[in-house]
Design a protein around this ligand. Sequence first.
Ligand code: ADP
Ligand code: MG
Length: 266
Amino acid sequence: MVTVSGVSLAYVLPRKGSIAALDTISAEFAQDQFHVIIGPSGCGKTSLLKIMAGLLKPTEGTLNIAGAPVQGVRKNTAVIFQDFGLLPWKTVKANAALALKFQKGVSYRLGKVDSLLAQFGLKGFEKAYPRELSGGMQQRLAIVRALVSEPDLLLMDEPFSSLDNVTREEAQDFFLAVKRELQLTIIMVSHAIEEAVYLADRVHVMSGRNPGTIRHSLAITRDGVSHSQFRESPRFYDHCNTLRKLLRDKKYQQAFLSENHRGAVL
Ligand SMILES: Nc1ncnc2c1ncn2[C@@H]1O[C@H](COP(=O)(O)OP(=O)(O)O)[C@@H](O)[C@H]1O
Ligand SMILES: [Mg+2]
């Protein structure tokens, strides 16, 4: 679905010089899977997501989505940013319908907006403003807004990070239920190990800083265990430990690469 080939990024500074943010990233994000990109703060996760969204142009390398090279913003890609990006002066319904406004030739499919709002537990709040909603509801509204345009690719930058723990786990489960119903490739950025293992089919691990890169990728196998049981299963902890070591332990990173086990990135 998404192929990133040899992508590097340097931010040009206003006075002089530049800052290297990403170094020669090559990674594959298979279709209809839930991908999480994990890495410490400052390793370049947001920058990489913005490149995949077409909002930043890589200094080097190419991006291919659904078989076609991509430059700039793509119609069927939806993005949810960390702060949800809701417009405070617009109502819930107007926020939800925002994407339709920018689609040429599409009359307002407001019926669709209504049914999505209902599906996401926001019925009755159409005329409210974002500040009147709880954090969890704001997050669901951001998801509705992203889904209204019927994307085939959803990019999310730490969408659960501003929620308290209980709301966060509820939001994750809710989101997984939505994912089961939709044909959608999801690429989500996170810095939380447990969240990555819980949600992802595959976790891509970023390391380094100025520049950062992706060196490892780990398939999350659940062996038929349901999501609710998975969080408490030994396998869940195994995956978390592997990720923790991949994020922290240089020797383990090398061993992981040389053994090439469980789908290390080429
Ligand atoms: N607008 C910017 N201008 C200059 N440098 C930036 C800018 N945004 C990010 N950077 C640099 O790129 C690096 C990666 O940033 P970012 O992609 O936001 O990382 P993350 O999301 O993993 O925390 C940062 O360490 C910083 O040095
Ligand atoms: Mg970030």
